[in-house]
Design a protein around this ligand. Structure first.
Ligand code: TYM
Length: 351
């Protein structure tokens, strides 16, 4: 079955692809690099779930991206499996979206090569994530780390996805992907849409240290599937508003990471007013406030953790979802690569 849709300009004048049923495609990805954390959940995955009804959704576990830093090959299959479990448990219903593993669709790397030839070196040198990662991994600044955003552009555009729900740290990469699509289209004709990033209000969740973005590499995370006791051990000492040295010192919730990064997203408006009142008048202490957060967090995280436990007990189901996803993607990828090859004149027989 052909997956061909149409390309039109949207209300904001971005070239957008609509699939055969008139839906816009969504693509997003997550690296299988350790535990999925609540930053990933609030900033990206929970938004992906909201896209399920209205968009044609593709979600990818980007294992090739994860190999740009040193890793243990023996652990990779489990990391991919864990990422799939966490995402399905968090709400990516396999009946309503495609979930797959990047390396199972080889066209991602083929398109990345094509895009390498239209991506300016200077643009890649300006990528913030490359600068950060090459500082963190001084001993392994490989070319893959440098061209990482080109593979990311290929991930998105291989499916002609126009809407890319991500956290703030990925916006620069999505803007570059749009530039790459434009560069390709200018040179070879309109094949790829001009993708756009979609953010949630939780676009940059801070870590428990209150100083850095929550990140697997900084050890400041709360795992999406973490056991309650372990979460509480982390919340207890988490940094709050510095004004609240003693319980009798009033504080400002907006200056407290526990409030702005976690309560804001896990707690009800009633609980937020209770904190506003209690914190600013020193009517409640930080421990009381954290206990309420813990309760509210568990109301969201318990069902996800339970669902993940159920999925782990059915590994065949998870593998079937990923295999079916890759098969669907290979069909689309083959068509889009063919279109790109034709546009580029890469057909020996067509003299
Ligand atoms: P990754 O694996 O680092 O993160 C997955 C998603 O989670 C978001 N995120 C956050 N959002 C808010 N607060 C945080 N503290 C936080 N930490 C992570 C990320 O922004 C991301 O949306 N390069 C990508 C993966 C990728 C991709 C793609 C994404 C590869 N190809 C194509 C979109 C489209 C990455 O490393 O995400």
């Amino acid at each position: 079955m052909s997956d061909q849709g149409t390309m039109k300009r949207d209300a904001n004048d971005y070239l957008t692809y609509y699939n055969a049923s008139g839906k816009v495609r969504t693509f997003s990805g997550i690296q299988p690099s350790g535990e999925v954390h609540i930053g990933n959940y609030l900033g990206a995955i929970s938004n992906w779930v909201k896209f399920l009804d209205d968009y044609d959704c593709f979600f990818c576990i980007v294992d090739h991206h994860a190999t740009t830093i040193a890793y243990d090959p023996a652990r990779m299959p489990a990391r991919v499996f864990d990422a799939a479990v966490a995402n399905i448990a968090a709400g990516l219903d396999p009946e309503r979206c495609v979930i797959f593993v990047q390396s199972e669709v080889p066209e991602h790397t083929e398109l990345a090569w094509v895009f390498n030839t239209v991506t300016p070196f200077g643009d890649l040198s300006r990528m913030t994530q490359f600068k950060q990662k090459s500082q963190q991994h001084e001993e392994n600044i490989n070319v893959g780390l440098f061209t990482y955003p080109v593979l990311q552009a290929a991930d998105i555009l291989l499916y002609k996805a126009s809407a890319v729900p991500v956290g703030e740290d990925q916006v620069q990469h999505i803007e570059l992907a749009r530039e790459i699509a434009r560069k390709f289209n200018t040179r070879y004709g309109d094949v790829f849409p001009e993708c756009q990033a979609h953010l949630t209000p939780a676009k940059r969740i801070m870590g428990l240290d209150g100083e850095n973005k929550m990140s697997k590499s900084l050890g400041n995370t709360i795992g999406l599937l973490e056991e309650p006791e372990s979460i509480w051990k982390k919340l207890g000492p988490a940094k709050t508003d510095e004004r609240r040295k003693r319980k009798t010192d009033p504080g400002v919730p907006e200056d407290c990471n526990v409030y702005t990064s976690y309560h804001s997203y896990f707690s009800s408006p009633e609980d937020l007013s209770w904190i506003q009142e209690g914190c600013t008048t020193a009517g409640i202490g930080c421990l009381q406030c954290k206990k309420r957060l813990f309760k509210n967090m568990l109301a969201v995280l318990d069902p996800i953790r339970e669902k993940a436990t159920g999925l782990r007990a059915r590994p065949d189901f998870v593998h079937e979802v990923l295999s079916a996803g890759a098969e669907r993607c290979r069909g689309i990828a083959a068509e889009v690569i063919e279109e790109a090859r034709t546009a580029m004149g890469l057909h020996r027989n067509r003299v």
